[in-house]
Design a protein around this ligand. Structure first.
Ligand SMILES: C[S@@+](CC[C@H](N)C(=O)[O-])C[C@H]1O[C@@H](n2cnc3c(N)ncnc32)[C@H](O)[C@@H]1O
Length: 336
């Protein structure tokens, strides 16, 4: 369901209803009561009214993801998959945030926040004196993110629907972060440029993206894994998603006017009967299955999605295989 879009010209009327009201710069989309434009996650009304602009209204009602290639879809299954995937990569994300210098009291913008995993992680790092704004083009997934923030008791994070390419936000963030979002943009350099417009000089930029050049390999080899990875990369590439975004962060940062970033690589590894990697790959295939079939990459029978996780697990247990999962590259720099 599309969120209700209040008319910005009614700002004073809305403000009168909100117990946090002092919106001096309504057009910036930011409640500037103090440096952190935060509102309790329980107060959805206030969240909405101060964060809406004409631009955002257009984004909310935009048909599809014109100019961004999010091929995994918008299903509930995909939202759950994102949260499961986060369990594999959050430790790395936290580590690169800390290396980059994200700390207590900072105001962080998370672009392509999805179900909120990165925003929630950043909210823990910046603590109650800091704040995090998560932005995603998919307003439905933000409802999940808001519920999760509420459930964790984090009051320093809020979520705003919008497209990173034209969203109206403040320009005094201490850090801009994003995980697995540039790979879906037609023009990642423009995406980074737009994102860092919201960052103050001396602010921190951190992106984490996958890179298909770094092999996903099993030892002993696994035909099931090999086929699945081949299908996943094929559908991403066919859709226009950038499967080599990870290492390309180096040139993307510089083309966007940033210094050469510091970079690190991470890939989860596992095997044995209890590894959650089997289910993660099966869920990824499930999200991609409509496109796998549409693009003629494999048939439903070949993928056999309902038995995939079990077959994958059985093969690994039988052969004693261990493998990695898609590698993520983290890159960070300081805005001059
Ligand atoms: C793979 S998900 C990653 C979510 C989250 N960063 C994480 O790592 O769990 C990518 C997200 O980026 C969002 N997205 C893609 N293009 C976008 C754009 N141009 N503006 C805002 N969000 C975008 C998608 O809707 C999706 O929720």
């Amino acid at each position: 369901m599309a969120p209700q879009v209040p008319d910005p010209s009614n700002a004073p009327a809305y403000a009168a209803k909100c117990r946090h009201s002092k919106p001096r710069h309504f057009s910036q989309g930011i409640h500037d009561r103090d440096r952190c434009p935060l509102l309790p996650v329980t107060d959805g009304f206030c969240e909405t009214i101060f964060l809406t602009t004409k631009n955002q209204e257009q984004s909310w009602h935009m048909a599809g993801y014109s100019g961004s290639n999010y091929v995994l879809g918008r299903s509930d299954q995909e939202t759950t998959r994102l949260q499961n995937q986060a369990q594999f990569y959050n430790s790395f994300t936290r580590w690169i945030f800390q290396q980059a210098g994200i700390r207590d009291g900072m105001k962080v913008l998370d672009i392509g926040s999805g179900a909120g995993d990165v925003s929630l992680l950043a909210a823990e790092l910046v603590g109650p004196e800091g704040c995090v704004v998560g932005v995603d083009i998919n307003s439905d997934v933000l409802e999940i993110a808001r519920r999760r923030a509420k459930a964790t008791g984090l009051n320093n994070v809020r979520f705003q629907a919008g497209d990173i390419r034209d969203i109206d936000l403040a320009d005094d963030f201490d850090a801009v972060v994003g995980r697995l979002v540039l790979m879906y943009q037609d023009d990642p350099v423009a995406g980074v440029r737009k994102a860092i417009n919201h960052l103050k000089s001396g602010g921190i930029v951190v992106f984490e993206e996958l890179d298909a050049r770094i092999p996903v390999l099993a030892d002993p080899p696994s035909p099931i894994l090999d086929a699945a990875i081949r299908w996943v990369w094929a559908v991403f590439e066919k859709s226009g998603a950038r499967t080599r975004m990870g290492l390309n962060l180096y040139k993307t940062f510089q083309a966007a006017g940033l210094p050469a970033p510091t970079m690190q690589l991470f890939t989860p590894v596992g095997g044995g009967s209890d590894w959650a990697g089997y289910d993660l790959l099966a869920d990824t295939l499930r999200s991609l299955l409509p496109k796998i079939m549409e693009y003629g990459i494999a048939s439903a029978d070949e993928v056999d999605i309902d038995s995939f996780a079990e077959r994958f697990r059985n093969e690994f247990v039988r052969t004693g295989s261990v493998s990695n999962l898609p590698a993520h590259v983290g890159a960070w720099a300081i805005k001059p």
